[in-house]
Design a protein around this ligand. Structure first.
Ligand code: TYD
Length: 141
């Protein structure tokens, strides 16, 4: 289990091109924007406001969460500390490094969470039990 702490999870601002004639904004994620090669893209949508997603950590996966529409909260835990990050700007996303527990909640109506991931789906990369997560973090030298 990676020793990373919640302080290694950072917000990354995506460059925004604002149209001079008032036709809105365009943001682009190019290959050097994120500190990993994107191997998978998925998105969460139609999430009820009282639902929560996540509730797991990854052993090796890096992920970048972007609120394409609306807003939601991400609760991050490293076994010792926790913090809550509200994502509500379509050009400001959250990089989550491996070894961090995350929960997503408080989705606004119509919220869409885009996830860019460093690897394909692999259930063996998940830790879905919080006590197991904490125990593994504590036993990491
Ligand atoms: P999960 O990662 O637990 O979702 P969340 O963290 O948003 O609550 O995945 C939910 C289900 O979808 C689970 O059965 C696995 C499946 N899934 C895939 O098949 N492929 C994927 O890329 C992802 C992210 C999930």
């Amino acid at each position: 289990m990676k020793k990373n702490t919640i302080h290694s999870t950072t917000l990354i601002e995506i460059p925004k091109i604002t149209d001079k004639e008032g036709r809105g904004n365009l943001s682009v994620i190019e290959k050097d924007c994120l500190p990993f090669k994107i191997e998978r893209v998925y998105y969460l949508y139609d999430v009820p406001s009282d639902a929560y997603r996540g509730g797991h950590a990854h052993k090796n996966l890096k992920q970048f969460l972007l609120p394409l529409s609306g807003s939601f909260d991400v609760i991050l835990k490293d076994g010792e500390n926790s913090k809550t990050v509200t994502l509500n700007k379509p050009n400001k996303g959250l990089l989550i490094v491996p070894g961090i527990w995350r929960e997503l909640e408080n989705f606004s109506s119509g919220a869409v969470c885009l996830v860019l991931a460093s690897n394909v789906y692999d259930e063996n990369d998940y830790i879905r039990d919080f006590d197991t997560f904490v125990a593994q973090k504590m036993s990491t030298p």
